[in-house]
Design a protein around this ligand. Structure first.
Ligand code: URA
Length: 460
């Protein structure tokens, strides 16, 4: 078999056989097929799609490209091990908040996350902004950690789903990310390889997501749910809005700071409009995970328990336990809104420059193009342009205003934190056209502010 013939076949829109799919997945995983041939094939798949049969064969070949984890040693009778995965977004720090919450409520999680992909951020890059945090602990240690503290959060390991690890990095720099087939096979192969009983998918939709409309998000959700069910793993997808950056901060260390603030919220802040987008998504995903794990079926009770876990700092303490277990440095910091010192992760968050971006006119913020914000972050150095690039964990954006907020000309909309003036100039080109302000009446601003963040739930 020759890679050239497989590329040609896909280019000419023919269906690939199981043997051909296994040939290129295994060949690329072992380093026998070069990046340039794999890139050409990925582009052909991106442009010409795949049949359901091809997609199933691709996903299972990727799942079996390395070890499939055996989590039986941490299974508890009557409970299911649930994993959660997002299709990615801008400002998406949901995993970092949900996992400590559910782990503090008795749901064991062993999660492998990815790095930034395209214009979206990655949980692993965010974690690495914590000084000392090791995302590469051996799988057996990760399993031991789940037994000890109920939680581990690591990078895709070379021991697991190696095909996805390599293809993911290649797609990131070859404009082959936004494909339902490639996203579904990437996510489901690594979830199936991680040996979990149940999978909860957060499928994002909007300018800051790979799916731009609800129909495509439903199609991707259904594709992944079908693959999961075919493999005998109950899978559910929650479709969430990514029509503006999620939360207030975008950037690796900045998002860890937002995670800390969220987990240390008092009741008034937790239920404030300021963090409505993040709160709605966090509560839904966490409550669904608790339900799927078999800990508690009652979604209302789960929401109450989530609130209690946050307000009592149980979830925050679990986050700190996680950081410590994986080598992250911790200091003691005074939290003025709590009036006390708390343990806090030490962050690589030093920046030389701050620049406020002001409203050019008065009115209300109608939209913030999150893709442009994600691209601006890459331009600042907070994401990768080439797969071997190092990133600057400290740079990013803090939003003072979000969609639906009224502004006067000159008000600060966001602050840019950066280290390199030339990179700021590049980033500014994206930011400049990302925010749209218009004069609208109160009814319109209210509807913009109150738009839902949970758009659908797909179970079959
Ligand atoms: N997340 C993944 O793990 N893979 C994708 O292709 C997109 C988002």
């Amino acid at each position: 078999m020759r890679m050239y013939d497989i590329i040609e076949k896909k280019r000419d829109k023919h269906e690939l056989s199981k043997e051909e799919i296994e040939f290129f997945v295994n060949g690329y995983s072992k380093g026998e097929i070069p990046d340039y041939q794999m890139s050409a094939l990925l582009m052909a798949i991106y442009l010409n799609g795949m049949t359901a049969e091809e997609l199933k064969d691709l996903t299972f070949a990727m799942t079996n490209s390395a070890k499939v984890l055996d989590l039986s040693s941490i299974k508890v009778p009557g409970k299911y091990i649930v994993d959660k995965h997002s299709t990615g977004g801008v400002g998406d720090k949901v995993t970092l908040i949900v996992l400590p919450i559910v782990a503090s409520l008795g749901v064991g999680v062993c999660k492998m996350s990815g790095r930034g992909l395209g214009f979206t951020g990655g949980t692993v890059d965010k974690l690495e902004s914590i000084v000392g945090y090791n995302v590469n602990i051996p799988i057996n240690d990760a399993i031991d950690q789940v037994r000890d503290i109920g939680l581990c959060l690591i990078a895709q390991s070379s021991e697991i789903a190696i095909a996805d690890k390599k293809i993911y990095a290649l797609r990131d720099t070859t404009a082959t990310v936004e494909s339902i087939n490639l996203i579904a096979s990437s996510i489901m192969s690594k979830k199936l390889a991680s040996g979990v009983d149940r999978i909860l998918l957060d499928v994002t939709v909007g300018t800051g997501a790979f799916m731009k409309n609800l129909d495509d998000a439903r199609k991707l959700s259904k594709t992944m749910v079908d693959i999961g069910n075919l493999a005998g793993v109950q899978t559910k997808a929650v479709i969430t809005s990514m029509s503006e950056p999620l939360g207030r901060n975008v950037g690796n260390a900045l998002e860890i700071k937002e995670v800390i603030s969220f987990l240390l919220s008092d009741e008034e802040t937790l239920f404030s409009d300021e963090i409505r987008d993040l709160r709605e998504i966090i509560f839904e995903i966490s409550a669904q995970m608790i339900k799927m794990s078999g800990v508690c079926e009652d979604m209302d009770k789960n929401r109450e328990d989530i609130k209690e876990a946050i307000l009592s700092h149980k979830a925050y303490n679990k986050f700190i336990e996680l950081v410590k277990a994986q080598g992250g440095h911790i200091c003691s910091a005074y939290m003025d809104w709590l009036g006390t010192n708390m343990d806090m992760p030490v962050l690589n968050d030093k920046v030389r420059y701050l620049k406020e971006i002001h409203a050019q006119s008065s009115g209300a913020i109608i939209s913030i193009d999150s893709r442009r914000i994600g691209e601006a972050l890459v331009a600042l150095g907070g994401g990768r342009e080439r797969k071997e690039d190092n990133i600057d964990p400290a740079v990013g954006f803090e939003f003072a205003k979000k969609v639906g907020d009224k502004v006067e000309e000159g008000d600060t909309i966001l602050t840019v934190l950066y280290n390199d003036k030339a990179k700021f100039e590049d980033a500014y080109e994206y930011i400049e056209n990302a925010i749209f302000i218009d004069k609208v009446d109160d009814e319109v601003t209210a509807s913009l502010k109150n738009k839902p963040h949970i758009l659908d739930i797909i179970t079959e």
